[in-house]
Design a protein around this ligand. Structure first.
Ligand code: IPD
Length: 266
């Protein structure tokens, strides 16, 4: 597990440096996915290639699942779940909240997760059972703890809006039901950053309808190792259907607020 974590850390670091140093001044959208607003840049593709090649060079038997199509079977029982740029729209516009997210799964369970936020010089890491940490650019390290016991009406809640057009209308409806019941809402533009913000206590909770596994795999472990919970509706695992993350005392009330608002349709 430690080897996997070290490899994830060094790879996220290299990818983060490349994404800052090589970002073209005239960066453009290379392709769109589920809708015209669901964009991919040449840098998403280049970063995913770099990450997979780098990991494969030291672990040739591993499997991969990458947001930009980098899917490959393996023989070792280890699978890497990669979002080369989580927050592509922020990256495209030059906004700071985007992340390189790398998780390592062993026999279907995420055991190591790294979220690098290069513009902020922040590296979030977790190994299962060993806590979650934030390493700053100067090397100083903090152990992460989610906020605990925050009542719903005083909770600062992060959320995100997937780019699938029909889902966006439903997301707006859900937001109408949540906004009057909480302190406020934040939309950073990166699910991985949102989850790390839950883990560090910069926000109290997070929910989103629509995040994919590569958006939440590393950040989900970081939340859990910071003492929080990540899950979906009615005890189901976090998924596209609904992902909720929060610290002790808030997860249940947030789930119960969302459950009737987020019926199973987009
Ligand atoms: C997106 C971001 C965004 C979230 C979307 C994701 P991407 O990831 O995490 O915050 O709301 O659901 O798709 O496309 O920038 O990697």
């Amino acid at each position: 597990m430690h080897d996997l974590l070290e490899l994830a850390i060094s790879t996220a670091d290299v990818a983060g440096v490349m994404l800052i140093d090589k970002r073209p001044a005239d960066l453009r959208v290379a392709a769109t996915k589920s809708s015209p607003t669901d964009v991919v840049t040449e840098m998403d593709q280049a970063a995913e290639k770099l990450i997979i090649e780098r990991i494969r060079a030291s672990r040739p038997g591993d499997a991969f699942l990458g947001e930009e199509g980098g899917e490959a079977a393996g023989v070792s029982g280890v699978r890497w779940i990669i979002d080369p740029i989580d927050g592509t729209v922020n990256y495209l516009y030059g906004l700071p909240d985007w992340a390189v997210s790398i998780a390592a799964e062993v026999d279907g369970e995420v055991v190591a997760g790294v979220v690098a936020v290069p513009t902020r010089g922040e590296l979030y890491t977790a190994a299962r059972g060993e806590g979650a940490y934030l390493v700053h650019r100067d090397g100083s390290t903090e152990k992460l703890r989610c906020n605990s016991g925050v009542p719903l009406e005083r909770a600062l809640i992060a959320t995100g809006f997937g780019y699938f057009a029909q889902r966006r209308a439903r997301q707006a409806e859900v937001l109408l039901g949540v906004l009057p019941r909480v302190r406020d809402i934040r939309r950073a533009g990166s699910a991985a950053v949102d989850l790390c913000s839950v883990a560090s206590g910069r926000v109290d909770g997070y929910f989103e309808r629509g995040p994919q596994l590569w958006d939440i795999a590393a950040g989900g472990l970081i939340v859990q190792e910071a003492g929080g919970t990540i899950g979906g509706l009615h005890g189901r695992p976090a998924s596209v259907e609904l992902t909720i993350a929060a610290g002790p005392g808030l997860y249940g009330p947030l789930h119960d607020l969302l459950a009737p608002l987020a019926p199973e349709r987009d």
